[in-house]
Each structure stands twice: as C-alpha cells, then as structure tokens.
Design a protein around this ligand. Structure first.
Ligand SMILES: Nc1ncnc2c1ncn2[C@@H]1O[C@H](COP(=O)(O)OP(=O)(O)OP(=O)(O)O)[C@@H](O)[C@H]1O
Length: 370
C-alpha cells in the first residue's frame, strides 16, 4: 500500500504560446486513492497542462506540484511519477524486454522489474518481440509498462485508450482502478467522456484552456434530470396544480413549462384534473455525453447554475463559460410538433396559446427548444 503522498496540486497554471492562451489559470487537485479524469476536446490544453505538471515545459504563470514539490525538485522522479504522454517513442529494433531494461538501467531499477511490468500490462508473451511489429494497442501497453518500472506513487497518462480495442479499454479500466485503490494517484486525460465514465471517480473538464467543471462524476451525473416540456392554454393554473402535486416547474422563455423529474402521462393527467388544455408535450432526458459536449463548447449562457436548478449546490466547481447558447444537453424522446404549430390548426375559442415570458432565476435555463 502506498502512503497517499502523491497528491498533485495545480494552482493558477497558465501557458501562452505567443498569442495562443493554451492554458488559462487552472486550479485543481488530484487526490490519491481515486482515478481523476482530465477531460476536454482536442486542443483544450490537456497535454500542455500535463507537460507542465511533469516539468517538461515552463508555465507562463502558476505552479504544479507533486507531493508538495515541483517535478524538477523531486529527489528520484521515476519512482514518484510514471507518465505516458506518447506511445510512439520506442526503438523499433529493440524487443519489449530490452526496451524496458534500458530504461531500468537509467532509473537504477533491477532488470527483473522489466519482466514484472510486462506481465502486469499483459505483454508477458511478447517480451522477445520487437516493438516495430507492435500494434497501437500493444505500444500503449508497453508505454504503460515503462511508466510502471519505478513502481511510482503517481501515474499520469495522456489519452491512454487511443488505439485500444474494447477488451483493452476494459482491461485498462480495471488496471487503473486497482492501481488507485492501493492509495496511489491516477490522472488520465481523454477527449471522450463516454470512454472514461466508468473509469474515473473525479473529473476536471477543460475547454479552451479553462476549467469548466471540477468535481465528482456522480455529482455531474446527478445533474441529469428528465423533464417534460409542455405548452398549456393556462400555464399559471397548471403550475399551481403541478406544484400542489409536489412537482418542480420552470417557465421557459418561449412560454412553455418545464416539469422536472416527471413524465408526460403524469403531467397530462394533472392538467386534465385541473381543466387546463395542452397544445404540445415533449419528454426529455439529459445525456451525459451531450452534457459534456455542452460544457466543453463553452457556450452555455447561464455560466453558473441558477438557484433551484439541478446545477446549483454541491461541492463541485463550475468554471467560466463564454457567452452564447449551447446545444441543449437534452435528448428528445418521440418529439411531436405542438398542435398549434401544425398545418390546418384551428385556434380554440379565445385565440391561440399565449406566450408567457416570465422567467425564473435569470438566464440559467437550458435554452433547448422542442
Ligand atoms: N509547442 C506549441 N506551440 C504552439 N502552440 C501549441 C504548442 N503546444 C500546444 N499548442 C497549442 O495549445 C493549444 C492546446 O494544445 P494541447 O495539445 O495542450 O491540447 P489537448 O487538449 O492536449 O489537445 P489534443 O487532445 O488534440 O492533444 C492548442 O491550440 C495547440 O495548438
């Protein structure tokens, strides 16, 4: 069991390449004992951040420490941190075993460790094969074996599932979880939340070099709420009826109501009992991948969660977002055009449904349409 001293702390970390602000004022901690995902689309600054943590490039501002020290000051870095930033750097003529032995010598690690780590990553039977003939997945495993040679406290991996087949991804997931379960620190980057969602416990999500979410994955998951969008002839009467039944309701800017954590059948029954005519209903549910897409496109108008929404509260930190509407995180289920928008629609006596522009809590709505 490791002593849990391999905490990574990133404080105010920034990096500019000329006019490019690759990383902007990042703050996060990577705790031992859990797997932390460092997620963001291509070009969002993940590799640059990892390179600064590993002392490969100088930050423009801020600090990154491992166990309280910058990488450059670690007494024997290879026994503290194992890292894979690139799985291409093998001498093609060397066997897997010889590749590892050359690293073991440089790290002052016994030769036998090479065979142990090869077994650990499932390459035991390929020890005498040359790396030139390795598949991308095998190269990923060999790179991981190299990182493990010094039996490090901390593992930092950049896009480790690239090139792995589904079996390889499942294996990596189990490996990383058991590695972290021994009290060690795992920071793993990816541009695919779906690939990581069953591997990571904590996530730091970046977009355009800035942190847009830092928190528990479960918290992010719990922000997923289903809702029913409903167009009612008399929204206020319907809101009263729904609230009396214990349902939370939000007014959307276009006049519809969003009924949280319910379904269209329940809403229709309550509307009938209240004598309110409905002109259209839509069941929606949030998809984690869509949510990630929305977060990392940085265009969510609301920025911080608004009071009363699924986004408010909890220990997670939501970072800056730039202005503009993002795609809705909701997936629509069995969408039907509201009756009043359909050809041949005859308005009821009293005219077509009125648009109710009353909004609650400012601009924090999801902005998604039917
Ligand atoms: N050495 C460099 N010189 C100039 N610009 C750079 C350099 N390294 C990275 N960048 C730029 O910094 C930004 C962040 O790149 P980075 O590689 O850190 O992103 P990433 O999230 O790791 O993306 P990917 O998943 O595609 O590797 C990009 O705009 C990239 O072009």
């Amino acid at each position: 069991m490791h002593d849990g001293s391999g905490r990574i702390l990133v404080q105010g970390l920034s990096k500019n390449f000329g006019p490019i602000n690759a990383v902007q004022n990042l703050h996060f901690a990577v705790e031992p004992g859990v797997v932390t995902g460092f997620l963001g689309p291509n070009g969002s600054g993940k590799t640059t951040t990892l390179r600064m943590i590993l002392g490969l490039i100088e930050p423009s501002a801020g600090t990154a420490t491992i166990g309280g020290l910058p990488f450059a000051q670690l007494p024997n870095p290879a026994t503290v941190v194992g890292a894979v930033l690139d799985s291409q750097g093998f001498h093609p003529g060397r066997t897997a075993r010889n590749h590892l032995r050359s690293y073991a010598a440089a790290m002052n690690v016994p030769d036998q460790q090479a065979d142990q780590v090869l077994e650990l990553v499932g390459l035991g039977s390929a020890a005498t094969r040359r790396a030139a003939g390795f598949s991308l997945g095998m190269r990923q495993r060999l790179a991981l074996a190299t990182a493990l040679l010094g039996d490090p406290q901390v593992l930092v991996l950049d896009e480790p599932s690239n090139g792995l087949d589904p079996e390889g991804i499942a294996w990596l997931r189990g490996f990383l979880k058991s590695f972290a379960a021994t009290g060690r620190t795992v920071l793993v980057s990816s541009h695919l939340l779906r690939e990581m969602e069953h591997t990571v416990d904590h996530v730091v999500i970046v977009s355009r070099g800035q942190c847009v979410y830092n928190g528990n994955l479960e918290h992010l998951r719990s922000a997923q709420r289903s809702r029913v969008l409903v167009q009612a002839a008399d929204p206020n009467t319907l809101v009263t009826a729904l609230q009396q039944s214990g349902l939370a309701v939000e007014h959307l800017p276009d006049g519809r109501l969003a009924v949280l954590d319910s379904d269209s059948r329940t809403v229709a029954d309550l509307a009938l009992q209240a004598g309110v005519a409905l002109y259209g209903m839509q069941d929606e549910r949030v998809d984690l991948e869509q949510l990630f897409f929305q977060l990392t496109h940085g265009q969510y108008t609301g920025g911080a969660p608004h009071a009363g929404s699924a986004w408010a509260g909890g220990p997670a930190q939501w970072g800056p977002q730039s202005a503009g509407f993002a795609p809705s995180p909701y997936q629509q289920v069995g969408y039907q055009q509201p009756e009043y928008q359909q050809p041949g629609y005859q308005p009821p006596p009293g005219g077509p449904p009125q648009q109710d522009h009353q909004q609650r809590g400012g601009s924090g709505g999801f902005g998604g349409g039917f």
